[in-house]
Design a protein around this ligand. Sequence first.
Ligand code: T46
Length: 286
Amino acid sequence: MSLVQLIDLPNLSDPRGGLVALESNQSIPFELKRIYYIFKTNDQQARGFHAHKNLKQIAICLQGSCKFILDNGHHKEEVILNSPLKGLLIESLMWREMHDFSEDCVLLVLASEYYDESDYIRDYSDFVKIAHQPYIHPLADVQSVYIGEDSRIWQYSVILAQAEIGKNCNICAHTLIENDVVIGNNVTVKSGVFLWDGITIQDNVFIGPNVTFTNDKHPRSKQYPEEFFRTVIEQGASIGANATILPGVKIGKNAMIGAGAVVTKDVPEKAIVIGNPAFIKGFIEE
Ligand code: T46
């Protein structure tokens, strides 16, 4: 999604002249608590160079022009404001810089909160750290602190305290990750997947919905093996929906497991396996 969100302001102009009326929660998408304006600027003096933790704002260039640079910590976009009929919506956690003010620029800003210096993030490296923090949905139960940057954990996921999850992973709703589980970077775990003790998932692995993992060959209620089998899903492998992976299996790099397959033994690199018990149908050609 573009970082630049320009809102068309209600234009009530008629032959007598221009008129724009702004109303909280109507033409502007928040409750208005504060207004300020910046004027008598010059093109040599840039401003901004900060983000806000919670504040939302709309900037309107009532007269003249200026350039905004918006940066969400991942990428930057520029926009020139030069119309009293356009409002630039600046969401929280967005680094902003204002440059190239025309001499006659009058920049009006509508703010969702009262002034609060503690809401400012004025150091760029602090901002980048915050912008890359993992997202944990409020309905998830995440006890582990070992969640890599840019990872997202969705509703009703349970992640126990010792589990390790790398960067940029997507752990979908309704998943369970036990303690002795290590997940690499860029991994997708779709809904309905439970990762039991003893499972390692390397970088770039895709685990489809309702894939079933196991870690005990002869399970009996209340009887625990001294150690669970170790299952390893190597880099880049994909496992189709509803496949079952038996305990202790190694799935090789870039292998592809068909939907519903029951994998009873190791799968070589790049192998395509299907069926119950799963057999090799071919190899991925690159
Ligand atoms: C923003 C961009 C678009 C206050 O006391 N109350 C206020 O409401 C404001 C806006 C500022 N101040 C104080 C804080 C500083 O000591 O005024 C001084 C100058 O503010 P600052 O250097 O933050 O100004 P800009 O032009 O760099 O940034 C302003 C807003 O502060 C900021 O929220 O998003 O405009």
